[in-house]
Design a protein around this ligand. Structure first.
Ligand code: TRP
Length: 368
């Protein structure tokens, strides 16, 4: 029997029908025409993890007309970061590199504090700090990248309040699936995230921003687009780029640390090796003979999918790995080893930049 599937910004379970979401939400698929307009089309977009959008064509057009454009995407700091959490930020960074635009990164420590029953106020602040180090380590441009925490940059409240006044409880309830048992923080938070998304316009004036984000976050985008055009704001509707979830190691719909086997950004090389070898779902055959004869299936192989999404940007090299795996020339263990080496090279550099980020935090915090 098909598992019941649930998808809200705070809960994902069961199978996710991505095409259906595009229809339900009324978004558009990312076309080749759009991809061709990007000189540095990030593999995450080129190879389809990002698959849907709202008005991204308008964002590109605004840039062509030499108008201001910006990128905004946030992080809910409920835990240390793992590979899956990087997805929106890698795309934000690649847009910044290509278009030299400002990037705004709100850290919703309030959101995670409300939503996670066991997360203390102190821990949510601690995770904010840890996560900010990871974000800075990705290599955003100082002076063009602005990070702020809801609990620290409390000026955000004055924008959130103006938005909150325009959202009825019944709208929030319907859009986010609120239930009576939720604390009232949940019902206010959508105004806060809308304030994040409109923040570039509050502080820089009316212009179009794009929000790279998981498709589960689209209810926030819809709400914010409605609010943006209220006469008292008179803003542009924000655009969005929607991704599918980054698959978990075991092949589940979404990488998650609650399964205990996500690849954390502070994992050691040994931990990475152990996790991939033990848990990464393989599209290989049961025996060596069968694998050599029939070949493996890269479409379901998590190691191959990780290479495709994040770790092998070179199309020729990826094609060769795919062909060799399909033909049975490349074994599952060998494919895993390719991924392990790539992840460990990435993490070694990331962890060095993360250390360095401790001294750079101040350069990235929004000061107003
Ligand atoms: N709610 C997002 C999450 O849980 C994080 C977030 C906060 C965000 N503010 C945002 C995402 C603004 C996009 C835009 O992952």
């Amino acid at each position: 029997m098909a598992e019941k599937s649930v998808l809200t910004p705070w809960e994902v379970s069961g199978d996710v029908d991505y095409d259906k979401l595009v229809k339900e939400f009324g978004t558009s698929l990312i076309s080749d025409k759009i991809k061709n307009k990007l000189d540095k089309c990030h593999p995450l977009i080129r190879r389809g993890l990002y698959y849907s959008h709202r008005d991204f064509d308008k964002w590109l057009e605004a840039h062509e007309k030499k108008k201001r454009v910006s990128v905004i995407t946030g992080r809910g700091p409920s835990e240390k970061m793992h590979l899956g959490h990087l997805i929106p930020f890698l795309v934000a960074k690649s847009l910044q590199e290509e278009f030299d635009c400002e990037v705004f990164i709100p850290i919703s420590d309030d959101e995670k504090f409300y939503v996670k029953p066991n997360l203390s106020y102190e821990d949510s602040m601690k995770f904010s700090y840890e996560n900010i180090l990871d974000l800075i380590a990705l290599g955003f441009k100082p002076g063009k990248t602005f990070i702020f925490e809801d609990f620290v940059y409390t000026d955000i409240y004055k924008y959130a309040a103006r938005i909150a006044k325009r959202i009825t409880y019944s709208t929030a309830k319907a859009a986010f699936g609120l239930v009576p048992e939720n604390n009232v923080g949940w019902s206010f938070y959508p105004a806060m995230q809308a304030a994040h998304i409109l923040f570039p316009q509050f502080v820089r004036g009316k212009h179009i921003s794009v929000v790279p984000v998981g498709i589960d976050q689209d209810p926030f985008i819809r709400l914010t687009r409605d609010v943006a055009v209220y006469p008292e704001f008179g803003f542009d509707k924000p655009a969005a780029l929607h991704s599918k979830f980054f698959p978990s190691l075991t092949g589940g719909a979404k990488m998650s640390s609650s399964e205990g086997i996500a690849i954390s950004l502070i994992d050691t090389p040994e931990e990475v090796k152990k996790k991939i070898n033990k848990y990464a779902f393989s599209g290989g055959r049961d025996t060596l003979e069968e694998h050599r004869k029939l070949g493996g299936n890269p479409d379901v192989d998590v190691s191959f999918q990780y290479l495709k999404m994040l770790f092998e940007p070179d199309d020729k090299k990826l094609e060769k790995i795919e062909a060799d795996y399909r033909s049975g020339k490349l074994l599952s263990g060998e494919l895993k080893q390719i991924l392990i080496d790539k992840i460990n090279v990435f993490l070694k550099e990331h962890q060095q930049r993360r250390e360095k980020a401790k001294k750079d935090i101040d350069k990235f915090l929004f000061k107003g």
